[in-house]
Write a new protein. Structure first.
Length: 128
């Protein structure tokens, strides 16, 4: 399955899925909180604090995972080969990954809004 048209949409889907799990879900809460405490402490070197910031942000994690998937699949987009094609693919897949992450975040906000409206309506009906 090396068709670039299929990989262009499936790799960012997997990347955004794993990035959301690492960046937001309870499974990685303790390591994420440890990283957050380390990057907020000014006694660490600047580069180490920036590296420790990546697991706390789903967009940063998505970019890193995109790079990892590209290295595993050795994908190049466009007519460029080598390093230029690799960075072109990283930019394209990163953009689609961020699009998926943004869409999922907006969908969660929409669903939570509907839940709150339903709960308020349920409380209003029970008050009668």
């Amino acid at each position: 399955m090396k068709d670039p048209r299929i990989l262009f949409w499936t790799i960012p889907l997997a990347t955004s899925f794993f990035a959301w799990i690492i960046g937001k879900e309870e499974l990685f809460k303790e390591p994420r909180n440890w990283c957050k405490g380390c990057y907020e402490c000014s006694s660490y070197p600047w580069l180490l604090r920036m590296i420790l910031y990546f697991p706390t942000c789903e967009f940063c994690t998505g970019g890193e995972l995109c790079l990892l998937f590209l290295a595993c699949y050795r994908i190049r987009f466009g007519i460029e080969t080598g390093v230029v094609g690799f960075f072109h693919a990283w930019g394209c897949l990163g953009a689609v990954t961020f699009l998926y992450l943004s869409f999922y975040g907006m969908l969660r906000v929409f669903i939570n809004g509907i839940k709150k409206e339903t709960e308020a309506l349920h409380k209003h009906i029970q008050s009668y």
